[in-house]
Design a protein around this ligand. Sequence first.
Ligand SMILES: Cc1cc2nc3c(=O)[nH]c(=O)nc-3n(C[C@H](O)[C@H](O)[C@H](O)COP(=O)(O)O)c2cc1C
Length: 152
Amino acid sequence: TAANSTPARFVFVTSEAAKARLLPLMSEGNRAKTAAAPVTLIVGMDLDFPETLPTLFPHAPGAKAWFADPAARRETAFRNSSLQGGYVLLAARALGLDVGPMSGFDAAGVKAEFFAGTAIEPNFIVNLGYGSDENLYPRSPRLAFEEAAEIV
Ligand SMILES: Cc1cc2nc3c(=O)[nH]c(=O)nc-3n(C[C@H](O)[C@H](O)[C@H](O)COP(=O)(O)O)c2cc1C
């Protein structure tokens, strides 16, 4: 991550009680699968990540100041926590798990319920478990290389 900032913060929702707090905040189409998943991971991003830079990036004592602008701070937190969350998807799959990433949830509600009193905001949410073959449809089409990329 940029400047080793590692802004992602993770909440592994496993208990019945925590699931009950999360389920009403999931969009309707995401609720049943979130209820069924043994673990649901909330990938958050800490907008106060510059506070950790003296520890994480000690060779650049001025690093905190690079992110003084709130827009730069938010963009860095979002970009790098998204990468970290993506790596979690790859790591989980490498372990043989199935993953279900989701954007469909009430972000303000998840913020209030799981990150109150902090500068952490939810980025995306991931169901983790071993999928059954029920309700699966074939992998969706992908763009051809030429449609998505150019070599210049
Ligand atoms: C950040 C992100 C958010 C997503 N949000 C949802 C969601 O809210 N609900 C859902 O059912 N799938 C969601 N998906 C799953 C995608 O629709 C799915 O990964 C994509 O269509 C590719 O699926 P395939 O590889 O099985 O074809 C999301 C995926 C990502 C990476």
